[in-house]
Design a protein around this ligand. Sequence first.
Ligand code: 2AM
Ligand code: CA
Length: 286
Amino acid sequence: MLLAYQSHTSRPAPFRSAVFPVSSRAMNPTTNIAVRAARQAGNVIMRSFSRLDSLTVSEKDVNDFVSEIDRNAENAILDTIHKAYPGHAILAEESGAHGKDDFQWIIDPLDGTTNYLHGFPQFAISIALTHRGRLESAVVYDPLRDEMFTADRGGGALLNDRRLRVTDQKVLKGALLGTGIPYRDQRYMDAYLGMLKDFTQETAGIRRPGSAALDFAYVAAGRLDGFWELGLSVWDFAAGALLVEEAGGVVSDIAGGSRHLETGNVIAANIRLHGKMVDTIRPHLP
Ligand code: 2AM
Ligand code: CA
């Protein structure tokens, strides 16, 4: 439900208050390390944001770009994690998988590279830790706005020091949804466009900001009511998925099952809206 601004106050209240103050809570040590690593990557990314023209950019795959900044930011993250946890395994977007351990860090050093390279201000660092495949710690950091989203399994989700909660929007009418348009694998384009058409007709609006990690963080923070995308890589949304769950939301694959981390086809929302999104997507499933 949308609340009107109160016109008599000098500072308008936000539309939805999904962010609550908390007294400082002790974070898991692993989450603290992820925060430190994310800040270091943020410094690398922001140092170059004013000299984008001089960056060396290459194309990893069709429409999939990487710059020296992605690599430098990833190295900064890996250095911090290796120092604290030398035995842990890693899965990182630029350098791939290394090591074998029950603990694995899943890292996207710059989610939204295309945005970054265009100077479009929507990108983030995403760091998650899994233990035997279960998400335990999550950090998504927006270095431009200095917004640090964190979650510990069982400990809730925070934006800086404020507790997050998904919205209680129950129906598609009035909902604001985030999405990503398939950019690489065009196999499901028609199915996707069918979903997009239905959601466009049934909701208050659709946004395609271009950083899946931030889209999930925004669902956790109640800035978006829900999100769906097909064909994501696990590093795009591993951290975001724990943020949404710890903010009281549900994350699933597009059939409503639990294979989203494997398939990269994903829906995130509060539980009521999530069911409505699954119902809308179902007729379009390939
Ligand atoms: P990346 O910038 O880390 O690669 C959203 O669709 C996700 O897909 C983003 O999180 C983005 O992560 C990834 N992506 C890669 N190339 C893209 C492109 N050309 N357009 C949109 N998203 C892209
Ligand atoms: Ca990414």
